[in-house]
Design a binder for this molecule. Structure first.
Ligand code: ADP
Length: 158
């Protein structure tokens, strides 16, 4: 059983995240999307709202589950018996931070590999932060997020 953890804030989930989930679900037997408390101090959605949104959006993938986690990622991954952690890589700007994080996690537990996945080109510039900004200014986010997230953004902003 090959298990991978895909951690993140997902505030909110975007089609870029979903693209990574789909790719991971083809490579691993089990994908655990792990929703972090808040990397950012004031997330727009609570951890359980984010968990709920992702659960709905990944409904059609039979080997993907969603859960929240607090504390050290590497311990969470170990507890779940995961062989690897997946992170998404977009433009060069992600690289330095992701590289540091991966090497730190390797120091903490060398058996768990970090794997990077690139989304399809149209999602390379997509981020949760931009989605919130566009939605906040009344822009259309239909092509950036799944329909349930679009509705959640609308009701949060109304
Ligand atoms: P974090 O706060 O952990 O960076 P995010 O929710 O912003 O959480 O992102 C989770 C992971 O998904 C990160 O590895 C990030 O690089 C990746 N990611 C975010 N947006 C995209 C995207 N458009 N395409 C591919 N990967 C992405």
């Amino acid at each position: 059983m090959r298990t991978v953890v895909y951690p993140g804030s997902f505030d909110p989930l975007t089609n870029g995240h979903l693209d990574v989930v789909e790719r991971a679900s083809k490579l691993f037997d089990r994908v655990i999307v792990a929703v972090a408390q808040n990397a950012d101090k004031s997330p727009m959605f609570t951890q359980s709202e984010r968990e709920q949104q992702i659960t709905e959006a990944v409904n059609n993938f039979s080997n993907v589950e969603v859960t929240t986690f607090d504390g050290l990622l590497i311990e969470f991954a170990e507890m779940k018996k995961a062989q690897a952690i997946i992170r998404g890589l977009r433009a060069v700007s992600d690289f330095e931070f992701e590289f540091q994080l991966a090497l730190m996690n390797r120091k903490l537990k060398k058996e768990i590999e970090t794997i990077f996945m690139m989304p399809r080109e149209s999602y390379i510039f997509l981020s949760s932060r931009l989605v919130k900004e566009v939605a906040g200014l009344g822009g259309d986010v239909t092509t950036f997020v799944p329909p349930n997230v679009k509705r959640a953004l609308k009701s949060k902003l109304d």
